[in-house]
Design a protein around this ligand. Sequence first.
Ligand code: ADP
Ligand code: 5GP
Length: 204
Amino acid sequence: MTQKGLLLVVSGPSGVGKGTICSKLMSERDNIKMSVSVTTRQPRPGETEGVSYFFRTEEEFMKMVDADAFLEYMCVFGKNHYGTPKSYVEEQRNAGYDVILEIDVKGALKVKEKCDDAVMIFIAPPDMDTLRNRLVGRGTETPESVARRFGEAIKEIGLAQQYDYIIVNDNLDKAVGQVQSVISAEHSRVMNNTELINQLKGEM
Ligand code: ADP
Ligand code: 5GP
């Protein structure tokens, strides 16, 4: 008996620690897969094709849009396209794996519109200074990119009320533990256990 996997949407402002939280979660939990997005941005040092992202040209990306290959896609920061491939998510969930989408807030809200069983988790910074320091400290952004991402962050935090859960990433272990608790609770939802109930009823 395989319970269908959860669709976990982990989002929040750039630099809040989504990637760090998801990596730790993946190392602690079996039965969970990260969805790999497609992007038109250039790879950062250390990023690997098919692991970090599928890196594609604008033209290749648009062909995928035309083929309806995305669960959602967005132009993030008015610059690069990012999209969640549909087929991978469904295949993994049907095989019983929980799937994490680590995506920006606008994309996350599009997923919520399409998938009413998506579990929406908003990662928040303990305060805005910490968020700015993390963005700068990561060392991957130009000053212009930091300013743009920080500006977006203020708008994104205003959308947190549309999520199911909000987790403050102050202490990493604590934040990961809270995501683990959400996953456990979601697996215990009655609506996610109809097969179990039917099986027990069948044994009466
Ligand atoms: P995002 O994926 O949300 O853009 P990252 O995971 O890349 O953010 O994290 C941004 C920076 O903040 C990284 O340098 C990361 O090491 C650091 N970071 C993440 N979580 C914490 C935390 N709880 N405490 C201190 N630094 C953190
Ligand atoms: P980065 O360029 O820092 O890797 O990502 C920029 C932003 O794009 C992050 O907020 C990240 O979560 C988001 N992102 C990554 N993949 C996707 C995706 O498939 N769809 C959407 N909408 N956003 C994504």
